[in-house]
Design a protein around this ligand. Structure first.
Ligand code: F6P
Length: 547
């Protein structure tokens, strides 16, 4: 029997010329090529997959053992082999009665204990029972972290703004002093709580920003600022060294990857902002998606469907990026969040056994909210020389009941974009428009060419009732499982991130060359470009070289 990949490619070759729009000649296209769970709809009818493609993609999933590996992940097996760890973010949202064994120990009770400690701390901050050094209520929380220790809580806190009824939350991630400066400049140290979030407590950006924030607190409040500090970390020795009270340190096990950590202590600022009850609804949304991913049959399984559509577009159609387009302003950091989730997980070139991959793995993920993107990069989506599968997200209802007319416009724009991408505009239609604008002869031909849209560009739409904590939990978990299923099909380890190490090491080695403490031999070891850039930047640093 021919290899399934080959069969998929052959099927694509045979059906490539079929317009997506023509697939709607079948009146039940939408019903057959969409799926729902708990009010979340995935419409993939505006893609080029047909029944044969779906059958082959299902065979591909089966042949790669997707469901067995999902079961292995969720039951605590050490599937992250390069780090010799389980990948158990699902345990952070599992029901308290679940039993998940790692190294012979049920990990769920410890997860629940930490959750309860977080709840007590967050609620006491919100109620003013835990106060700042001089008894004042905390008005602001600054989370200092980067990557998984920033993107999740920053994205989710923004997404769930309608539920905020606690202190204001701010996020500092970049080592660029501008970030910490601009955030702290707006705040009163006497009523600010600083949470230092770093799984390892060694990340240079976070440690540098934390030191700056602690100095800021000390300058205003004196040496003992422990009342203003909390930490999210597994490295208790390092948090203690920074003077953080162990009661205010919230840890998690090494089997929670940074980019999968929003569900536990890394979510502390979110919990402080929206309260423990809403945070638990967020966990419940993710848990519902876990249950769905593990049990729903192929044709109904949203994460599996989203994954195989990714494989179809990336590996079979050759579209090597995907645009995440939430028509939801509060999801404006969702694409950035998914960039880490997807690209740090699946941006790999070797299989689990270390052999080189023979086909493409993770695509480039990017995006911005609609309608803003429409007035920026959608030109390329509609008429550019490359096809970018689009993933639209839209709520049935906005939070602003008095602004329903805005939401109507938002929905109309979202649906208009997927329709336009699919149907395009024919040359005949373009000629009519050009003629109506007064073009004639060869000018009309030229103008018609500019006005023609090839169309036939695929898109997926995720529609949810309203952006509630439950729905946000569902959406994030949906994408987590999608990344997992794709990684399994490619045969890679989606839970390590060795590719980020070299740059970190080189930054360490470059620091003395930047701050002037290195000798000439260290400069000589660098390549010509790096040496040239160092010299140029040093020469133009007017503070260090005023003349
Ligand atoms: O550099 C990548 C990374 O390790 C991410 O995987 C992680 O989310 C981020 O850095 C932050 O790490 P930490 O929480 O240990 O500071």
């Amino acid at each position: 029997m021919t290899d399934i990949w080959q069969q998929l490619s052959q099927h694509r070759a045979q059906t490539k010329s079929t317009a997506i729009q023509s697939l709607f000649d079948a009146p039940d296209r939408f019903a057959r090529f969409s799926a729902q769970t708990d009010g979340l709809l995935l419409d993939y009818s505006k893609t080029s997959v047909d029944a044969t493609a779906m059958t082959l993609l299902q065979q591909l999933c089966d042949s790669r053992g997707v469901m067995a590996r999902l079961d292995a992940m969720m039951s605590g097996q050490k599937i992250n082999t390069t780090e010799d760890r389980a990948a158990l973010h699902t345990a952070l949202r599992a029901s308290p009665t679940t039993e998940i064994m790692v190294d012979g120990v049920n990990v769920v009770p410890a997860v629940q204990d930490t959750l309860k400690r977080m709840e007590r701390f967050a609620e006491a901050i919100r109620r003013g029972q835990i106060t700042a050094a001089h008894g004042a209520r905390f008005t602001d929380v600054v989370n200092i972290g980067i990557g998984g220790s920033d993107l999740g809580p920053a994205m989710a806190t923004l997404a769930l703004a309608p539920y905020h009824d606690g202190p204001r939350c701010h996020f500092v991630s970049n080592v660029d002093g501008a970030h910490v400066h601009d955030v702290l400049a707006t705040l009163n140290p006497a009523t600010t709580l600083v949470i230092i979030a770093s799984k390892t407590f060694t990340t240079i950006e976070t440690m540098t920003n934390a030191a700056t924030a602690i100095d800021w607190l000390r300058t205003a409040l004196g040496d003992d600022v422990s009342a203003h500090l909390a930490a999210v970390s597994t490295a208790h020795d390092k948090t203690a060294a920074l003077g953080i009270d162990p009661d205010r340190v919230f840890g998690f096990a090494d089997w929670v990857g940074g980019r999968y950590s929003i569900w536990g202590p890394v979510g502390l600022p979110l919990m402080i902002a929206i309260g423990a009850d809403h945070f638990c609804q967020f966990l419940a949304g993710a848990a519902a998606m876990d249950q769905h991913a593990a049990t729903a049959p192929f044709q109904d399984n949203l994460p599996v469907l989203l994954a195989i559509l990714g494989i179809w577009h990336n590996n079979i159609c050759g579209y090597d990026s995907r645009a995440i387009l939430p028509y939801d302003q509060r999801l404006s950091r969702f694409a950035a969040y998914l960039q880490q989730l997807d690209m740090e997980s699946n941006g790999k070139s070797v299989a689990l056994d270390g052999s080189a991959l023979t086909r493409a793995s993770g695509p480039v993920v990017w995006g911005e909210p609609g309608t803003n993107g429409q007035h920026a990069f959608y030109q390329l989506l509609h008429q550019g020389s490359q096809v970018v599968p689009a993933e639209f997200l839209i709520a049935a209802e906005g939070h602003e009941a008095d602004l329903a007319h805005h939401h109507h416009l938002l929905v109309a724009n979202c649906l208009a974009q997927s329709e336009a991408l699919m149907r395009g505009r024919t040359t005949d239609e373009a000629r009519h428009i050009a003629a109506a604008r007064g073009f004639t002869g060869t000018d009309l031909d030229q103008m018609a060419a500019h006005l023609t849209f090839a169309g036939n560009r695929p898109s997926i739409t995720l529609a949810y009732p309203k952006l509630t904590p439950f729905v946000l939990g569902q959406l994030i978990a949906l994408y987590e499982h999608r990344v997992f299923v794709e990684g399994t099909i490619w045969g890679i380890n989606s839970f390590d991130q060795w590719g980020v190490e070299l740059g970190k090491e080189l930054a360490q080695s470059l620091l003395p060359l930047v701050d002037g403490s290195a000798d000439s031999a260290a400069h000589a070891e660098k390549d010509g470009s790096t040496r040239g850039l160092l010299a140029h930047l040093a020469q133009h640093n007017r503070r260090e070289h005023p003349n």
